[in-house]
Ligand binder design. Structure first.
Ligand SMILES: *Cc1c(COP(=O)(O)O)cnc(C)c1O
Length: 393
């Protein structure tokens, strides 16, 4: 321990403290509550993909440092996936980079592309690592708040345009959006693309929920819009799509110049990761369309189960068009403070949720919203709904 008065944690990170997920997961354990807080599935992904990982491990593929950009089999599979899904072509050697999950992709991209003093415009509420990584890069975050409108959260395009200044370096976009479940529309994405081109901005787009879109919503990759292919770093991940969040296999696709810049930062973070899992994810990306359709149908049924149950329990529900989260408004229950509500919920109903305010700079804008994850077994969701209905008894 140092005896100086200077705090140990540096100024860039001091505001971030411990994540709410740690506090809430501990609370879930202590009270025997159902944990709908953190977004990880409670069943593992496809057996054949697990077997592919075992095979790679046994055959000695990936047990030593894999190549810095990722194993060629996986880079090729990622390029094929982008081509098959979106008609976007990437050179597996120069335009694909494998990372330790999307989390490292976000960190490396921001550390590589942001100069101290640069402004980064991001959609608020945001995934918790964005703010911390912008801070580590020395950037200034400029939130543009998604506003509740007609049972979903929408982007105000005028607000977005107004947020861009001469100091703006890049836009950090997330669609499908965690925690709101918003999927940006073709019109919204067109406007974002036009703004990026007009103001000559780089764009980082976090699309880890690309395969989790419901009803008539469609995931459109931002890189596919005019003028975007050359200025966009697109981020994907196997964690959410294949239900292997512990494997930490993510990737970026972009131009050779942007990939090379991001790799400069990435090589000094993890250098490489997840050797045998990279081979398994290469096989997962080549699963037939039926896997992706079944996965989506399964999550859709779970969304409807939880969203319906929350509505019956008295919450206002923002039915998500994508992701595996549902955001609710607790005001119809006579509550207004999501933090207090979530801290009391385990004792009151035996369920853990996350106050959306943790994803906001403008805490008051997020105060009445609470997020529940539905990537859980049907019986678990049914029990959670039963418990939540006891709130209004
Ligand atoms: C889960 C999540 C990530 C992190 O993905 P990993 O591949 O597990 O690192 C990134 N962005 C969003 C929006 C997420 O929900």
């Amino acid at each position: 321990m140092t005896s100086s008065a200077r705090p140990l944690l540096n100024r860039r990170l001091a505001e971030f403290g411990t994540t709410i997920f740690a506090e809430m997961s501990a609370l879930a354990l202590r009270t025997g509550s159902i944990n709908l807080g953190q977004g990880f599935p409670d069943t593992d992904g496809p057996e054949e993909v697990r077997e592919a990982a075992v095979r790679a491990l046994r055959d000695g593929r990936g047990n030593q440092y894999p190549p810095g950009p990722g194993v060629p089999e996986l880079r090729t599979a990622i390029a094929e996936h982008q081509e098959r899904r979106y008609r976007l072509s990437y050179d597996p050697d120069a335009e694909v980079l494998v990372t330790a999950g999307a989390t490292e992709a976000i960190a490396a991209a921001l550390l590589a592309l942001v100069e101290p003093g640069d402004e980064v415009v991001a959609l608020e509420p945001y995934y918790d690592s964005y703010a911390a990584c912008i801070a580590m890069a020395g950037g200034t975050r400029v939130p543009v708040t998604l506003r509740p409108y007609d049972h979903s959260f929408r982007l105000d395009l005028d607000e977005l345009r107004a947020a861009v200044t001469d100091r703006t370096r890049l836009l950090l976009i997330n669609t499908p959006h965690n925690p709101t479940g918003t999927v940006l529309t073709r019109e919204e994405l067109t406007a974002i693309a036009e703004l990026a081109v007009e103001r000559d901005l780089l764009v980082i787009t976090d699309e880890v929920y690309e395969h989790l879109v419901f009803d008539e919503a469609e995931h459109l990759p931002l890189a596919g819009f005019p003028g975007m292919r050359e200025r966009t770093v697109s981020i994907g991940s196997a964690g959410k799509t294949f239900s292997f969040t512990g494997w930490k296999v993510g990737w970026i696709t972009s131009t050779p110049e942007l990939v090379s810049a991001v790799r400069s930062a990435k090589q000094f973070l993890t250098y490489v990761s997840s050797g045998p899992f990279q081979y398994a994810v290469a096989e997962a990306l080549r699963l037939p369309d039926s896997y992706f359709a079944d996965f989506r149908a399964d999550m859709l049924a779970k969304r409807d189960l939880l969203a319906g149950g929350l509505a019956e329990a008295g919450f206002e529900v923002f039915r998500p068009a994508g992701t595996y989260f549902v955001t609710t408004d607790i005001r119809p229950l006579g509550e207004s403070d999501g933090f207090a509500f979530c801290r009391a919920l385990p004792e009151r109903a035996g369920v853990v949720a996350i106050p959306n305010a943790v994803f906001y700079d403008h805490r008051e804008a997020g105060a009445p919203f609470v997020r529940f994850a539905f990537c859980k077994q049907t019986a678990v969701l049914e029990e959670a709904v039963k418990r939540l209905k006891s709130l209004t008894g």
